[in-house]
Every structure is written in structure tokens, then in C-alpha cells.
Design a protein around this ligand. Structure first.
Ligand SMILES: O=C(O)C(=O)C[C@]1(C(=O)O)C=C[C@@H](O)C=C1
Length: 258
């Protein structure tokens, strides 16, 4: 997929291939995070253990914001597949701008699920994949770096729903126009859903977790990510949120047809 060539971006097969590649990145992020304890202190706003001057939030929030400020200057958020967690704090790139052709609707940046993704990660995903409950104060920095990496990759995956939605809209404008005009959320949801594709994803994840989640030379050793957890994370959170993004994107799609 090449964001400078719109036809490659709106090809549903290319999009799905990209989603498959992202599975590996996300699984390895989870494995990295699984080496550490839950470390709730990282997520706690105004944690007395970490004195952050002039900042009212968690250590994760502060760190993520600082990283986004740097990455924005490296042009990260010009890329159509990147969505900032702190859109009001990012800066203009220092590198010259790339004029990506606009493939998504004009309002695409307004569809930002990152706060939801962050809460879901902290409340549901970390407790499942962390090695144990409790703190590891000496590892707060490492945990935060892995969390940031994981959140950015989950965000990219879930917001890819916008490309899927645009590709589906382009492939059947008449149907989607009708559903959008009728504000038929269930109808849109039904039409964007492909249960066979979802089943294939979950089946592949089961196998990947079995293979990647354990040392292949010591299959009796500690399992870092289990098929049950991985499937649950995708089935209950990642896929449904991708679909939410698709529906929200489509519901507004006629704004751009006027
Ligand atoms: O591949 C698609 O058609 C998508 O819409 C993406 C996705 C997913 O999140 O992986 C979501 C909904 C479909 O039911 C199948 C898969």
C-alpha cells in the first residue's frame, strides 16, 4: 500500500493484507508488555510517586504527549494512517511537508478513537497480558515506552477502519447512500460486516499465539500470550472498535458529496 497512490490505498485486498501484517506487530507488542507487571501507577493521574511539573495527568499521558510532539515534527501525523492522541499539542513538521493525495473524506481527522483505545488498553488489555498485578517502580520507563508503542499500533489498526469504510463506500455508493440517508446504523453495520473474514482473523490469531507465544525450543516454558487472550482482545475490542470507526465514518460520508 502506497499512500501517494490512492488506488492502492482503496483496494480492499491491500487493506486486509496490511491488517494481517499489523497482527504480528501487535502480538509482539503484547509479548513485550507481558514481561512486566501491571504497573497501574503509570496510568494514575497525579501519581505522588512521579512529580511532573505543570501537568495534570498520568505519566503515560505526559510521555505520550512528549513523544507525539517530537514525532509530529518528524512528519508522523501527515501520514494518512496516523492519528494523534494529543491533536491539540502536536507541532508543525520540521521536515518539508509531503502532499499526500486525499483519499479519505474531509472530516476524517475528527474521527479519533484514541481516548477510547487508551482506556480500553489500560482497563482491559493490560490486566490480561501483564505478567502479574502490582507495581515495578524501577521499570516505569520501560513499561511506558512499550505502552506507547502498543497504543500507537492499536490506534493505527483501529483507525484503518476509515480506509476500509471508504473502499466499501466506493464499491457500492448507491447502497451506502441509501443507508446513510435513512441513518440506518444497523444496516450499515450489517453491510460492513464480513463474518467469514472475522473468523479467519480469529483462527489465524489462535495459531499465531500458539507459535509466537512460547519459546519454540521449550514448549513447556512460560506462555507469554495465550490464544484465548489474543482472540478475546481482537473479538471483543479490536474488531468491534474498527467497525465502530467504519460506521461513524460512513454515517458522515454524504457531507463530502455536496
Ligand atoms: O476486512 C473488512 O472488511 C473489515 O471491515 C475489517 C474487519 C476487521 O476489523 O478486521 C471488520 C469488519 C469485518 O467484519 C471484517 C474485518
Amino acid at each position: 500500500m502506497n499512500f501517494l497512490e490512492p488506488s492502492t490505498v482503496l483496494d480492499l485486498q491491500n487493506i486486509r493484507d496490511e491488517l494481517v501484517k499489523m497482527e504480528d506487530t501487535i502480538i509482539f507488542d503484547f509479548i513485550e508488555r507481558s514481561h512486566f507487571a501491571r504497573c497501574s501507577g503509570v496510568y494514575q493521574a497525579n501519581n505522588a510517586e512521579v512529580d511532573i511539573p505543570n501537568f495534570d495527568g498520568s505519566f503515560l499521558d505526559w510521555s505520550l504527549m512528549q513523544i507525539e510532539i517530537v514525532h509530529s515534527q518528524l512528519r508522523r501525523f501527515e501520514s494518512p494512517d496516523q492519528t494523534p492522541f494529543f491533536p491539540n499539542h502536536i507541532l508543525k513538521p520540521i521536515l518539508p511537508s509531503i502532499n499526500y493525495p486525499k483519499v479519505l473524506a474531509s472530516y476524517d481527522a475528527e474521527i479519533n478513537y484514541n481516548t477510547k483505545i487508551k482506556n480500553l488498553y489500560i482497563d482491559h488489555i493490560v490486566p490480561m497480558i501483564a505478567k502479574r498485578s502490582g507495581e515495578q517502580k524501577e521499570q516505569m520507563g520501560s513499561v511506558t515506552m512499550i505502552d506507547i508503542e502498543t497504543l500507537q499500533n492499536l490506534s493505527r489498526r483501529i483507525h484503518f477502519g476509515k480506509f476500509v469504510a471508504e473502499a466499501k463506500y466506493q464499491s457500492n455508493k448507491e447502497l451506502y447512500k441509501k443507508l446513510i440517508l435513512e441513518k440506518d446504523v444497523n444496516g450499515i453495520m450489517e453491510n460492513i460486516t464480513n463474518s467469514q473474514v472475522e473468523e479467519k482473523i480469529l483462527e489465524r490469531l489462535r495459531v499465531k499465539a500458539q507459535v509466537y507465544g512460547v519459546d519454540p525450543t521449550n514448549k513447556e516454558g512460560e506462555r507469554k500470550i495465550t490464544p484465548e487472550y489474543l482472540v478475546r482482545i481482537y473479538r471483543d475490542f479490536v474488531i468491534p472498535m474498527t467497525k465502530e470507526v467504519e460506521v461513524e465514518y460512513l454515517l458522515r460520508r454524504l457531507e463530502d458529496e455536496k
